[in-house]
Design a protein around this ligand. Structure first.
Ligand SMILES: Nc1nc2c(ncn2[C@@H]2O[C@H](COP(=O)(O)OP(=O)(O)OP(=O)(O)O)[C@@H](O)[C@H]2O)c(=O)[nH]1
Ligand SMILES: [Mg+2]
Length: 234
């Protein structure tokens, strides 16, 4: 009896969250903003990848003499301003969202963060990113209203994570393998096995092999985001 009640409560919380998420997704689409949820374990390279990606996207816009895209980043952490400050230092508007112990981000938190951007006169963005809490488990369960969800897996973590954390690999649109400059130091990292296992679990998954350190794969990743946004605004 107790168990049944607990499941019902969890389902109703998730349903309320999903409803808000759908509304938020539509709102941002209308504003011409591509909104991406970035998930990974602690230290996988989320902040570093975001900085490298935005830098690449800015340079690509310059090359074709297009206006610089407008970016916004929500930095979710249990505590501290560390990552939001790194993002701000690169002249990118950011909001630090401290969950004070909660291991995932929910819609109420996203809405409050977006409101802070709005109050600051910073919206609309062309691209908004959420750096989710460093956690390969809980964030997979919560819809944050994003148009696409990506996960990072860094080379030092090891390739054999698909069978250990299947919900995360199953819900994402893309797997971004990070820190590939470490591959020579990790000869047991079986990239082909990772790609195969991820594609079996999630047949539509896009896989990018990157290093924020060397710039490997950043252009392909930037081009993918540009393509996704073009589909949102068309
Ligand atoms: N060699 C190498 N190091 C990297 C790369 N990307 C990130 N790092 C390093 O990995 C460490 C963690 O990077 P972060 O970007 O802070 O990782 P994160 O996922 O944002 O970490 P949390 O927000 O704390 O969960 C830092 O020391 C980075 O310099 C990469 O491509 N190559
Ligand atoms: Mg970070």
């Amino acid at each position: 009896m107790e168990e049944t009640r607990m499941v019902e409560i969890k389902q109703s919380v998730l349903a309320a969250n999903d409803e808000k998420a759908d509304g938020f997704r539509a709102l941002l689409k209308q504003a011409g903003t591509l909104y991406t949820d970035i998930m990974a374990s602690p230290g996988a390279g989320k902040t570093t990848l975001l900085l490298a990606l935005i830098d690449t996207m800015r340079k690509r816009a310059q090359v074709v003499q297009a206006p610089e895209p407008k970016f916004g980043v929500i930095e979710a952490d249990l505590e501290s301003m560390v990552d939001a400050e790194k993002i701000k230092a690169a002249s990118i508007p950011s909001v630090e969202l401290n969950t004070h112990g909660v291991c995932h981000v929910e819609m109420g938190m996203v809405e409050r963060s977006y409101e802070a951007f709005k109050q600051g006169g910073l919206t609309p963005f062309d691209y908004m990113f959420l750096e989710n809490i460093g956690n390969l488990v809980c964030p997979a369960e919560f819809d944050t209203g994003a148009h696409n969800r990506v996960m990072l897996l860094s080379v030092p973590e090891g390739y054999d994570k698909v069978y250990k954390y299947p919900p995360m690999f199953a819900v994402v649109d893309a797997l971004i393998v990070t820190k590939c400059d470490y591959l020579p130091l990790n000869p047991d990292f079986d990239m082909e096995a990772l790609k195969k296992q991820a594609s079996v679990l999630n047949p539509g998954i896009r896989i990018f092999v990157t290093s924020a350190r060397t710039g490997e794969g950043m252009d392909e990743l930037a081009a993918w985001f540009e393509e996704l946004r073009a589909n949102i605004v068309k």
